[in-house]
Design a protein around this ligand. Sequence first.
Ligand SMILES: Cc1cc2nc3c(=O)[nH]c(=O)nc-3n(C[C@H](O)[C@H](O)[C@H](O)COP(=O)(O)OP(=O)(O)OC[C@H]3O[C@@H](n4cnc5c(N)ncnc54)[C@H](O)[C@@H]3O)c2cc1C
Length: 502
Amino acid sequence: MTQQFDAIVIGAGLGGLSGATMLARNGLKVLLLERHNVPGGYATSFVRGRYEFEVALHELSNIGPKDLRGGLYRYLEYLGVAAKVDFLIAPHLYRSVFPGLDVTLPVGREAFEAKLCEVFPHESKGIHRFLERVFGLGRDFARIVKERGVGNRMSMPFRFPDFFRYVPTIWGQVLNRDVKDPLARAVISQYWGYVGLPPSKISFLYLATTLAAYVRRGPGFPIGRSQALSNAFISTFEELGGEVRMNCGARKIITEGERVCGVITDEEEEIRADWIVSNADPVTTCRDLIGLDRVAPRFFTKLQSSEVAASTVNVYMGVDRSPEDLGLTEHEVFINADHDFDRHYEGTKNLDPPEAIAVTCYNAVYPDISPKGTCIVVLTALKYGEPWYEVPPERYVETKNRIGDAMITMAERVFPGLREYTEVVEVSTPLTNMRFAGTMGGSIYGFNQPPRDNMVWRMGHRGPLEGLYFVGAWTQPGGGFEPCMMSGQMAGGAILAKMKKQ
Ligand SMILES: Cc1cc2nc3c(=O)[nH]c(=O)nc-3n(C[C@H](O)[C@H](O)[C@H](O)COP(=O)(O)OP(=O)(O)OC[C@H]3O[C@@H](n4cnc5c(N)ncnc54)[C@H](O)[C@@H]3O)c2cc1C
């Protein structure tokens, strides 16, 4: 007999997990389908030798310490997920290394600004003015999230003046007006790797809200890695009556007229539901799961006009030395060949060694993440997927090892001995990401966020057919752990509102 649910969620990435739990929390009978044998999408871990590696998460925004909980933590509390996972908060945002400059930025608005002004005293006024803009926007944005939208659009410019002013702007344009020293600009913009585009291209809204969130509440990290967070979602969802099927992909979305009404699984089982929420990327959903003959051409053309964001090359290293022995005292260190971020960004589109890497040592925040006397170090470089399609299979291993090796050499300039004491090493590429999460180009942030595709103007959650919704990095508010979880809340909220109307 064909099974019937209120909603089927396709994919247990963070967007899917959040959307499924939000709907179950509000009384819907929900089925969650995931093609893999573990939940989480990129929010997962893997084991090599005696090390369990975090795949993705460096820093989680808007969790906050006990006395300063952020919006994400409150949402997880509402769902019942927060009670099942504990978080650590890092004392530093990042250490930024350039030729001739090595600076560590602390958490907290005042401390952050004071450190920048100490290093760049000649830019104090400009730095202050710029951070006023960043935090003004961050405040407006937090209120919009709390009030679930901008409300009356006519009065929006008065109620959210900073938000209104900066929505169409580029980070670099705003920053360059206030701060003239290129090195100071680079240190302030160091999180550009977390948003996928350099200062000259990235939406001010996206990078400013990201920076403000980390500075205010500090970078969070779940005890048990992001897999613990994904598992906490699953157990909460099941307690709320949800049904999970792992190793079970959705092969087709069934339609009737202008509506979706169910899915066919990889095992050819037909399951019916009124609402379908897809955490698979929207192009794949429209083209492969629905069929382009069923999708309005305007919707698909708009999708294709957005730019798929970068992926990563990662070097995962289990190191047989304590972090102190290697000088790894900060959890996140950005090593930059110079401060020309536009050039670094151009390098993300080829197979050359990167000009900038992040060195993440989890033990600096989470000492027990690896066996005593050892540490886990992950090197990350942004790289687009396209150039990897051209690598012939017989040259793939050599290509990824060449780039991985150059990244270790770059890290060794700051942390000598890293290579010598490495016990286990694994290199991943955009193709690894693509294969694992099934995302176009192995993108880790969905579509890029220039102003025209920023968190307000990028694709929303409603799909091209009645009853179809999207969640995850491709949708509003965008890529990253917190935004993807918020996308589940937003899509779930939209479905509940629609049900109420009906
Ligand atoms: C190396 C790396 C570092 C990162 N660092 C950070 C960081 O420090 N901070 C941060 O906030 N973000 C970070 N990110 C980004 C963040 O991980 C992603 O933006 C986010 O996890 C994407 O979530 P998603 O909801 O889009 O789902 P995805 O993770 O893309 O998962 C989609 C899921 O859907 C499943 N699926 C797809 N199609 C089907 C189908 N037909 N049937 C069934 N299941 C299907 C897939 O198997 C997958 O499990 C990083 C990512 C990477 C890779």
